[in-house]
Design a protein around this ligand. Sequence first.
Ligand code: NAI
Ligand SMILES: O=CCc1c[nH]c2ccccc12
Length: 272
Amino acid sequence: MNLQSTTTLNNGVEMPLLGLGVYAPRHNNEVQQAVEWALEAGCRLIDTASIYGNEREVADAMAASGLPRQELFITTKVWNDDEGYDTTLTAFDKSLEKLKTDYVDLYLIHWPIREKRLDTWRALETLYADKRVRAIGVSNYYQPHLDELFTIASVTPAVNQFEFSPYCNPADVVAYCREKGIQPEGYAPLVRGEKSNDPRLVTLAEKYGKSTYQILVKWSLQQGVVTIPKSVKKERIQENFAVFDFAISDEDMADMNTWHDNTRVAWNPLDF
Ligand SMILES: NC(=O)C1=CN([C@@H]2O[C@H](COP(=O)(O)OP(=O)(O)OC[C@H]3O[C@@H](n4cnc5c(N)ncnc54)[C@H](O)[C@@H]3O)[C@@H](O)[C@H]2O)C=CC1
Ligand SMILES: O=CCc1c[nH]c2ccccc12
């Protein structure tokens, strides 16, 4: 496995396993530079969203990189206020305009807004049928949201993105996604640095000669879960991607799988 390693989605599209998240730097003008550094380091997956307000910066970095569009994998998301059928189609057009591209690789429903999420999904299916997105998916969907979606969906979501770290490890959601052919993707894999002093994590970092951040990234990757650590600092971006020269033992992976303590940086999907 290396930075170019991909997973094959349920419609045959190849998605990189490791990418850069771009929510939410203090200043969005840091995003263009961060994406450029990530692309230079070999990263090809960028995770943005309309609510992050930085799709234009992502577009500028894509252009500055000189990389062919088809080598990049760009995810964006429809935000809560835009959910609904027509509003989602309009929001998608705005995202495309900001991203200065004529297609998105993966378009996600950002949160499952109760009254609107089925109409929002129908809009995503329209965009997919019209070949304006290569894959469609959801974010922050747990089993009840997926089960509801399956009652109307003509297309199975290709990806479900949700909070995923050893400290927020909804293993039942991962298992359910796999059963249904949905690729799990984890956000906040670094718990925004909140756990970097956890003695158990520090011990593993020392054992493997890696940083605590690299241990967290590797824990996701070794399970085949796509992961999108965020940083806008060059050294940290490079550090977070330098995780292909070691492996966490099965025993240590099993131990990390007992650390779940419901630590969340975002809302609980079951509240939606
Ligand atoms: N679908 C959704 O609802 C959500 C999606 N996301 C996506 O996931 C991405 C990652 O999640 P985040 O919330 O950004 O949290 P994260 O867990 O990736 O943490 C990022 C923070 O960790 C610290 N950090 C990163 N690398 C470091 C290093 N090598 N050394 C020291 N500190 C380091 C920095 O403070 C940085 O701001 C987001 O940028 C976004 O793209 C995030 C939250 C919700
Ligand atoms: O992707 C980040 C999701 C998120 C969760 N809460 C908020 C509030 C405002 C913007 C984005 C988000």
